[in-house]
Structure formats: structure tokens, C-alpha cells
Design a protein around this ligand. Sequence first.
Ligand code: AMP
Length: 216
Amino acid sequence: MGVTHVVFLGPPGVGKGTQAVRCAQALHVPQISTGDMFRAARGQDSDLGRQVKDIMDRGDLVPDDVVIAVVADRLQQDDATPGFILDGFPRTVPQADALSSILSDQSRSLEAVVSLSAPPATILARLGGRRTCAQCNASFHVTGNPPRTAGVCDHCGTPLIIRKDDEESAIRTRLETYEANTAPLIEYYRAAGVLREVQGGGNVEEVATRVADALA
Ligand code: AMP
């Protein structure tokens, strides 16, 4: 894989987070998930956490200026100098524009955008079965990617939970929000010449192989 400045794009439940973690390990760059950062902020009862809590629970988007400030700060940290996998950012055209100017201020640019897609039925099944570690954010699926011991995180032994935004009404909002705000980024990045489209159906290993091929 020659590229190290990468965005993972795709609807909720497509397997973006799982693939982003694996890809980041393979490329030796940090996986930067804005969703994980906001969940961590919530857990610490910080100003940011209070600001985003209700928005996240509903499945709505955090305001662009808040997200952009968080990402701008994160991309300046030393570990992101060699590159990054952005997972869950950008999610709107203004965020994509902001990313491009943050990177150009740092004399670099995005090299690839992996667009993962899957049929709606696959996405709904994945979201319904998702279980998340409240401690380390690792993500599992009751049938597709089960933990070694049912209900317990493989990495830290913490009991797994169903995220509040994986409940049914929030899932509906998240899918609608994705279509309205985020799906237009596929054409945005196609026009920029960096789009790499990958089918997200199948098991984790199969998709990981397709992602690696798309980035080779
Ligand atoms: P995720 O784990 O990526 O599904 O993100 C969980 C939640 O965090 C989303 O439903 C949003 O409320 C919020 N969030 C994460 N990333 C963004 C973003 N780039 N823009 C706006 N809201 C975000």
C-alpha cells in the first residue's frame, strides 16, 4: 500500500470502523475516528461531551465547526505526521472542504478515499447485531464478527453494550442523515480523482483484502 493519507467513507453499519482499524495497523498510521473521540469526551463528562451527548444519542450530526476544530487539532499531533486513516470524518461537504484546507496548510493532501458500500439489508443486519466495548470501543457483531466469549470484549474483557445510537430510531436518523449529508461526498471525491470504491459485503477478511487491493 503506497498511500498513507486516507479517508474511509460509507454509511453507518457498512463496516468502516472495523476496516479502518485494520488498515491503520497495516499502514502504521493512527486511525482517527471522530465518533470514538466524541464518545470518549462524553465518557469524561467534559464540555465537549455535554455539547455532543444529546446530538449523538439521537443519531444527528455534531455541528461542523465543533467537529472541524477537533480534527484540526488531532491532525497536528506528532503521530499523524506520517499519515492517518480518518474514519467518520468528513461527513459533510463543509467538513471535506475544511479537511482539504487543514492538510494544505500542513503542505500535504488526501491521497485516497475508500468508499465502502453494501445493500441496505446488509447494513440493517449489521447495525442491529453490533455490540461495542464501552471501555476500548472495539466493535463486534453477534454473527458476523463475534467475540471469543459471548458478550465480552476480546481485547480488554469488558462487557459489550448496544450503543444508544444503535437503537432503532437512532439508526433510522443516522441512515437518513448519511443519505442527505454524507453520500454527496462520493461524487465530491470522485471529481477530485481520489475515490476508491470497495464492496463492503462478505466477511471481515474478504473486505480487508478488497480494501488492500484498492489501496495498492
Ligand atoms: P460514528 O461512531 O462514526 O458512527 O459516530 C457517532 C456519532 O458521532 C455520530 O452519529 C454523530 O453524532 C457524531 N459524529 C461523528 N463524526 C462526526 C462528523 N464527522 N460530523 C458530525 N458528527 C459526527
